[in-house]
Ligand binder design. Structure first.
Ligand code: UDX
Length: 435
């Protein structure tokens, strides 16, 4: 099929590359010229495992093209996916102006029937506004349908998630759009939820909020465990074995970050409140996540006494492993707080150093960056595990003990066996485990 994608960012590029790898012809339109230039050379604007290789292959096979020309894309495509950004506004509600702009521009060039699909995460009822915007901007009467097909991709495993989804959600208001989208996904074996558009839109926010709620629940448990001597790893594992609960997304730690959970939870709270609904459940999910940094810092202070003048190594900057994305990363919140208290920072990450450099204007010795963890640990007064990169998990603990000034590790991801650290002579402060 001929597929158009508006937006060459995370969702748009992954969607485009994956559909092209399934044999479809894809046309991605992106308004930033510099990005288009890079994409034509096969260079994605972010790191995602496997994406660059697949992009290059699809370009070679002529299955995907990039342009700034939305007219050509609209003429080319049978189905158009809107994958533009929906960043949060001051009040937490998503800024939908890029969605409106995309709808208006598609309308201006619409000459034949098209299905216009929202893939960006949007508030319930956004399709009404897309439909209205297109209708009001058409030059002449043309039939079209708006549909919703939310994505559930995780950074770091986006291609795998796209090609092997747990389910596909299709929100439609006509048989015609339904049949086209079912044809598009005909080779996917997973359950397909065909529903009305509002339900489809709601599923994305509901899904992310529920996952964030599980994480905050685990973090709440970790607070109780730290005060009582119970072990959060054992407690979450045991409750997760109840199949009604499930073990996934119950890992206690320094809190969730990224471009989705923090933003989507705030948006969902706002959407509910505007509908007059008490959203305190999700407000608590957010508040529990916010206080993870306070709890982490008080643990660090318990180990270091004073923060001022100490050299602290941050192991992992990206919001999770296998990505260079630092949006809403716990490492940044932690680093800012430690800087305010007068610490010297050594920031380590295998992929995200370049992105992080834009966050802190200070120079060495105040803030230093490393892509080698051992250099980052040299002469440190404490190390903070913030992202569970394989490189961090596999550190040679004897060497760590040897090179640190004072061997103290505060672990926000519970990556080490406490016994092994004790044997290596390192003072260890895990999460949700009294030690
Ligand atoms: C998430 C959703 O999983 C995905 O379906 C949606 O499309 C986009 O948002 P992503 O933001 O890529 O994906 O990351 P995810 O793997 O969900 O992790 C989000 C954050 O939660 C990370 O900071 C991670 O470290 C944290 N997390 C995750 C925990 O703290 N504990 C867990 O048990 C799981």
């Amino acid at each position: 099929m001929k597929i158009g994608v508006v937006g060459g960012g995370y969702v748009g590029l992954t969607t485009g590359v994956c559909f092209s790898s399934l044999g479809h012809d894809v046309f991605v339109v992106e308004k930033v010229e510099e990005k288009v230039k890079k994409l034509k050379e096969g260079i994605p604007p972010f790191y995602e495992p496997g994406l660059e290789e697949l992009l290059k292959k699809m370009l070679m096979e002529g299955k995907i093209r990039f342009s700034t020309n939305i007219k050509e894309m609209t003429e080319f495509s049978e189905i158009i996916f809107i994958c533009v950004g929906t960043p949060p506004k001051e009040d937490g509600y998503p800024d939908l102006s890029q969605i409106e702009e995309a709808a208006r521009e598609i309308a201006l060039h619409l000459r034949d029937y098209r299905v216009i699909v929202e893939k960006s995460t949007v508030p319930v009822r956004t399709s009404y506004w897309i439909e209205r915007t297109i209708r009001l901007n058409l030059h002449r009467p043309v039939e079209f349908d708006v549909a919703s097909n939310p994505e559930f991709l995780r950074e770091g495993s986006a291609i795998k998630d796209f090609l092997n989804p747990d389910r596909i959600v299709i929100g439609v208001s006509s048989e015609r759009a339904k049949n086209i989208l079912l044809e598009l996904y005909k080779d996917f074996q997973c359950p397909k939820i065909i529903t009305d558009i509002s339900s489809a839109e709601l599923i994305k926010h509901a899904s992310n909020s529920f996952l964030a709620m599980k994480i905050s629940f685990a973090n709440l448990l970790s607070e109780i465990c730290e005060k009582t001597g119970a072990n959060v790893e054992v407690v979450t594992h045991a409750i997760g074995l109840d199949r009604r609960i499930g073990t996934d997304f119950l890992k206690a730690g320094i809190g969730y970050g990224g471009s989705c959970f923090p933003k989507d939870i705030k948006a969902f709270i706002k959407i509910g409140e505007e509908l007059g609904i008490d959203m305190s459940l999700l407000k608590d999910v957010h508040n529990i996540n916010e206080r993870r940094i306070d709890i982490f810092i008080s643990k660090l202070k318990g180990a270091l006494w004073n923060i001022k003048g100490k050299t602290i190594t941050i192991l992992g900057i990206s919001f999770k492993p296998d990505t260079d994305d630092i949006r809403e990363a716990p490492s940044l919140k932690l680093s800012r707080r430690l800087r305010e208290e007068g610490a010297y920072l050594k920031l380590y990450d295998p992929k995200a150093v370049e992105n992080a450099k834009r966050e802190f204007p200070e120079n060495p010795p105040e803030v230093e960056y490393f892509s080698d963890p051992y250099l980052a640990l040299q002469n440190a007064d404490a190390a903070c595990v913030v992202t569970e990169w394989e490189e961090v998990k596999k550190l040679d603990l004897k060497e760590v003990k040897r090179i640190m000034r004072t061997p103290i590790i505060v672990d926000g991801r519970n990556v080490y066996n406490p016994q092994l650290l004790r044997e290596a002579g390192i003072e260890y402060y895990p999460t949700g485990i009294k030690f």
